[in-house]
Design a binder for this molecule. Structure first.
Ligand code: ARG
Ligand code: GLU
Length: 677
C-alpha cells in the first residue's frame, strides 16, 4: 500500500517535473538547446535571430528599463515601449498641477516636445559570456568587469551567478541616460481597473507608455544634451497587427527578477506557512487604515494612491502564491523528491541535512528582518527623520522632503505606527526585540501610548518641522537609536531570498549540481535574477473554476461594461466613450466573438515574473503582438512551481496600444516610424 502510494506520487512527480513544456526562463545565449521544442511549438526563426554577437538580433531591441522593468525598441529611431506602471515614476516626476500627465495623459506632437526624464536609464545587452572557468583559474571578477567596461562608451558590466553559483556569467550592457517621454495614455486607460483589477483576468488595462532613447550624434550613449539625437538601434521589433488566436506560439524576451525553482521543502514551508501569511496579515492592517482614510478624504485618496498600490501589489501576489503552493502540494512533492534523491544518492544525502541545518540557523534572523521591514520600518516618521540625520546634501534633502510631505499624512502614519509597533512586539521571535526598544516602550506605558507620545512630540510630522539640523534631537531619534540592532540585522541579511543567505546558499551549490547530474530528464533553467531571458508558450485560456473557462482575449466591449464615471478606477476618458458610441475604429476594428470591436488584452502560458513587466510578447516570426504587464494572481506560485494548467501571463494587445496612440492620443504620426506587418 505504502509502496503503491509512493509509486503514484513518483509518477506524478515525473510528470510534474519533466513534461514541463512551457516552463522555464532560458538564457538567450544558450537558447539553441531549446530550439527543437520551440520550433515544434511554432517558432519560425533561429537561435541566431534571438541572440547573436555576430549580427543584429532581437536582443538588440530589448532593454532593461529603469533597473526593474523591461522595454522594447519599435523603430529605427529609438522609439521604446514599456508599461504605464513602469514609466509611472518618470511620468509622475514630469507632472505638475498645471500639466498632470498621470490624469490627462501626454503626447508629444513632434520630437521637440519629447520630455527628458531625469535619472531614467535603459540598458541594452551587448553580450553575455560564461566566465566560470576563468574565475576558477584565478582571474579576478573585478578585473574581468573592468576590462569589459573599457570596451565601449557607456558600458556597464556585471557577473551574475546561475544555479546558486555553479556557473557565473558576465553581462555587458550599454547604458543610455538620455531617455525621453514621448507619450502616455491617461491613468484611466494606463491603470484602468487600478488595484481592483491588478493580478486579475479578464483584464482591460492599456498598461503602456512610450519613450525614446537618445544618443550622441555618433550613436553612443551620452548624458542628456539638446544636441543628442534619436538612437539608431541595431535592431527594432516589427509589429504584427494580425492579432492572436488561442494556441498561437508566444515568446517573451525580458528581465525576470526572482524565482526559486530549486528550493527545498523547508524553504517552501517557510514561504507558504510563515513569511507570506504574516506579511499578508500585516499589510491587510496597513491597507485597512489607508483605505478608510482614503474613503473619507479625496485629498488622501490621491496622496496615498501610489503607496496603496505598491503595498497592495505584493499583498495580493502573496495570497495567490500561498493558495497555489497549497493547492499543488509543492512542499510535499519536494519532500518526496528529496527522499528519492537521498535514497538514490546516499553519498550526497548529507547535502540535504546540511541544508536543513542551515535553514534552522538562518530562518529566525531572516524572518526577523522581514518582520522588521513589514512593521517598524513601514512606519514613515522614523524613516524621514533617519534620512534627515544622515543626509549630506541639504538642498537635495529639502527636495526629497518636499516630495515626501506631499504624500504624507501624519494621522495615518500614527494609526499605522500604533498597530505596527504592537505587532512587532507580538510577533518578534524570542530574543530579537532590542533591549533599548523594550525599555523605551515600557517607559511610556506600552506601544500605543508610546506612539502617541512620539507623534505629539516629533517636529517631523509636518513639512515645517523638517530640518537636517534638528533630526538628532528629535523625539524620533531615540526610537531610531533603539532600532539600531534591527537596521543592522536587516543590512546583514539583505539577500534576495532566505535561500540566498550565504550560509544556506553554499549548500545549494553542490545540491543543485548533484540534482543536475542525477535528474537528467529535468530541464534545468537558472532561476531568474534580473538577467535577460526567453520564455515561450502559447496563447491560451484556462479553467478558472468548476464550469468556468476563461477565454484568452478581451476587448473594448469589456472596457465599456466596466466603465463607471462614479468609480475612479473605472472612469474611462470621454474620448474613448465617444469612439465606442460612433464605432469609428478605423483600421483597428476587428471581429471578436461575432462583434466588431477593438482588442484589449490577452493571456498566454509564458513563465514570467516581476521584472517581465514591459517585456515584448512576440509571435513565431519574432514580431511584437503585445506588451507583458502582469500575471493572474492564481499564477504567482510559479516563482516556486509553475503549473502550465493555470499559470498565465497577461499582456496588452499591441493593437490596443496602437489604437490608443492613434485614436485616443491623436499621435498616429508615431506609427509611421514603426514597422507594421
Ligand atoms: N501586478 C503588476 C506587477 O506586479 C502590476 C502592478 C502595477 N499595477 C497596480 N495596479 N498596482 O507589478
Ligand atoms: N507587474 C509585474 C512587473 O512589474 C509583472 C507581473 C508578474 O509576473 O509578477 O514586473
Amino acid at each position: 500500500m505504502i509502496k503503491k502510494t509512493l509509486l503514484v506520487s513518483l509518477l506524478t512527480l515525473a510528470v510534474g517535473f519533466t513534461a514541463m513544456a512551457d516552463k522555464g526562463m532560458w538564457l538567450p545565449s544558450l537558447i539553441s538547446s531549446r530550439m527543437k521544442d520551440m520550433r515544434s511549438k511554432g517558432f519560425r526563426l533561429t537561435s541566431e535571430d534571438i541572440y547573436s554577437i555576430n549580427k543584429a538580433s532581437l536582443k538588440d531591441a530589448v532593454v532593461l528599463f529603469d533597473g526593474g522593468c523591461t522595454g522594447e525598441i519599435v523603430s529605427p529611431e529609438g522609439l521604446l515601449l514599456t508599461n504605464h506602471h513602469c514609466g509611472y515614476d518618470a511620468i509622475q516626476s514630469l507632472s505638475a498641477v498645471e500639466h498632470d500627465y498621470l490624469t490627462d495623459g501626454f503626447w508629444a506632437m513632434s520630437r521637440g516636445e519629447e520630455l527628458p526624464c531625469k535619472g531614467l536609464q535603459v540598458a541594452i545587452l551587448v553580450r553575455m559570456e560564461e566566465v566560470t572557468d576563468r574565475l576558477a583559474a584565478g582571474e579576478k571578477a573585478e578585473a574581468i568587469i573592468a576590462a569589459a567596461e573599457a570596451e565601449g562608451t557607456g558600458y556597464s558590466a556585471a557577473i551574475e551567478q546561475m544555479y546558486y553559483g555553479n556557473q557565473q556569467f558576465l553581462f555587458v550592457y550599454k547604458v543610455f541616460r538620455d531617455v525621453r517621454l514621448v507619450g502616455t495614455p491617461p491613468s484611466s486607460i494606463g491603470k484602468f481597473g487600478g488595484d481592483t483589477d491588478n493580478w486579475i483576468w479578464p483584464r482591460h488595462t492599456g498598461d503602456f507608455s512610450v519613450f525614446r532613447i537618445y544618443s550622441s550624434p555618433d550613436n553612443e550613449p551620452a548624458a542628456y544634451s539638446p544636441q543628442n539625437v534619436p538612437y539608431r538601434p541595431a535592431r527594432h521589433f516589427e509589429i504584427s497587427t494580425a492579432g492572436v488566436r488561442e494556441g498561437d506560439f508566444t515568446m517573451i524576451y525580458g528581465f525576470p527578477g526572482n524565482t526559486q525553482e530549486y528550493i527545498t521543502s523547508d524553504a517552501v514551508d517557510y514561504i507558504a506557512d510563515v513569511a507570506d501569511p504574516v506579511c499578508i496579515a500585516l499589510r491587510t492592517e496597513r491597507l485597512d487604515i489607508i483605505r478608510a482614510a482614503q474613503q473619507s478624504d479625496a485629498k488622501v485618496r490621491i496622496q496615498y494612491a501610489a503607496k496603496h498600490a505598491s503595498i497592495a501589489n505584493a499583498w495580493k501576489k502573496w495570497q495567490g502564491e500561498v493558495l497555489g503552493i497549497k493547492r499543488l502540494g509543492t512542499a510535499d512533492k519536494k519532500r518526496a523528491y528529496e527522499q528519492r534523491f537521498a535514497a538514490e544518492n546516499p553519498d550526497k544525502a548529507f547535502l540535504l541535512d546540511s541544508l536543513h541545518a542551515a535553514y534552522l540557523r538562518n530562518t529566525t534572523p531572516y524572518y526577523t528582518r522581514t518582520l522588521f521591514i513589514e512593521t517598524l520600518r513601514a512606519i514613515e516618521l522614523p524613516q524621514i527623520v533617519r534620512f534627515a540625520m544622515t543626509a549630506k546634501d541639504k538642498e537635495r534633502a529639502a527636495a526629497v522632503a518636499d516630495n515626501f510631505y506631499k504624500n504624507y499624512d501624519a494621522s495615518i502614519d500614527r494609526a499605522i505606527a500604533r498597530r505596527m509597533v504592537a505587532e512587532f512586539l507580538r510577533l518578534a521571535p524570542e530574543g530579537t526585540v532590542p533591549e533599548a526598544l523594550s525599555q523605551l516602550i515600557a517607559r511610556h506605558g506600552g506601544a500605543e501610548a508610546y506612539v502617541d507620545y512620539l507623534y505629539d512630540h516629533s517636529r517631523f510630522t509636518s513639512p515645517e518641522g523638517f530640518s537636517t539640523d534638528t533630526a538628532t534631537d528629535d523625539a524620533a531619534a531615540e526610537l531610531i537609536g533603539a532600532m539600531a540592532p534591527l537596521y543592522d540585522l536587516s543590512a546583514r541579511y539583505a539577500y534576495r531570498n532566505l535561500s540566498n543567505v550565504p550560509d544556506i546558499e553554499r549548500w545549494y551549490r553542490p545540491y543543485v549540481k548533484a540534482l543536475m547530474e542525477w535528474d537528467t530528464d529535468r530541464a534545468f533553467f537558472p532561476d531568474a535574477n534580473l538577467t535577460l531571458r526567453v520564455a515561450y508558450g502559447k496563447v491560451a485560456g484556462y479553467d478558472y473554476a468548476d464550469g468556468v473557462y476563461h477565454r484568452p482575449q478581451t476587448s473594448l466591449e469589456g472596457i465599456i461594461e466596466k466603465d463607471n464615471p462614479e468609480i475612479y478606477d473605472y472612469d474611462i476618458p470621454q474620448s474613448l466613450r465617444d469612439i465606442y458610441a460612433s464605432k469609428q475604429y478605423g483600421r483597428w476594428g476587428v471581429e471578436i466573438d461575432g462583434r466588431r470591436t477593438v482588442p484589449a488584452c490577452f493571456i498566454a502560458t509564458n513563465h514570467t515574473t516581476g521584472g517581465n513587466s514591459g517585456s515584448p510578447v512576440i509571435d513565431g516570426r519574432g514580431r511584437l503582438i503585445g506588451i507583458n504587464f502582469d500575471r493572474t494572481w492564481l499564477s504567482t506560485m510559479s516563482d516556486v512551481e509553475f503549473d502550465e494548467e493555470i499559470c498565465r501571463n497577461i499582456a496588452v494587445d499591441i493593437r490596443y496600444v496602437l489604437f490608443t496612440i492613434d485614436r485616443v492620443g491623436g499621435a498616429g504620426y508615431l506609427l509611421d516610424e514603426m514597422t507594421l506587418r
